[in-house]
Design a protein around this ligand. Sequence first.
Ligand SMILES: [Zn+2]
Length: 185
Amino acid sequence: MTARTHDVAAMTMLTWVVASGQVQPMSLATGIVAVAANILGALTPDLDEPTAGLWNDLPAGSIIGRIIHPLLGGHRMITHSLVGMFAIGWGLKYLLIHYVSRVLLVDMNIVWVTFMLGFLSHLIMDTITKEGVPWLFPIPWKIGFPPFKALRVTTGEWAEKALELRGVFETYRKVVFNTSPLPLS
Ligand SMILES: [Zn+2]
């Protein structure tokens, strides 16, 4: 799926969680960093693609991407699995709490949760594409939903565009009709 679809899906998921659940009040700074972390989380699984959007935004990023690509086992391998999600989540939490929190005064727990929501939304969205996702890596089964490939989405085709629109619509609907998007204090 395209980076834009993943951004939209992550924002939709975040809006749903905030609008539907009990979210503690937070500072404006935490809210801004949390939204950025959500988008970053949604793009992280595709760092195993040398052409991923995040790599193109970094200086010499495409070169680094090409070096890291084989280390991650190629596209849609470990970064698209439960093992990868837990490993990255654990490493990130450690970094946020022990290092980033010294220079950035925001609620790191909230930032971590929104990052992980973005990450999870990415795997869910890739699951409905024809290629599927190796959720149980290192077991090499690529799992997709629905089970019949013909019913799944092909990246870049009309069905993906329709999903994007749907996500934007849902986010808008939740924000406008249900509750304010972020409980800022
Ligand atoms: Zn992906």
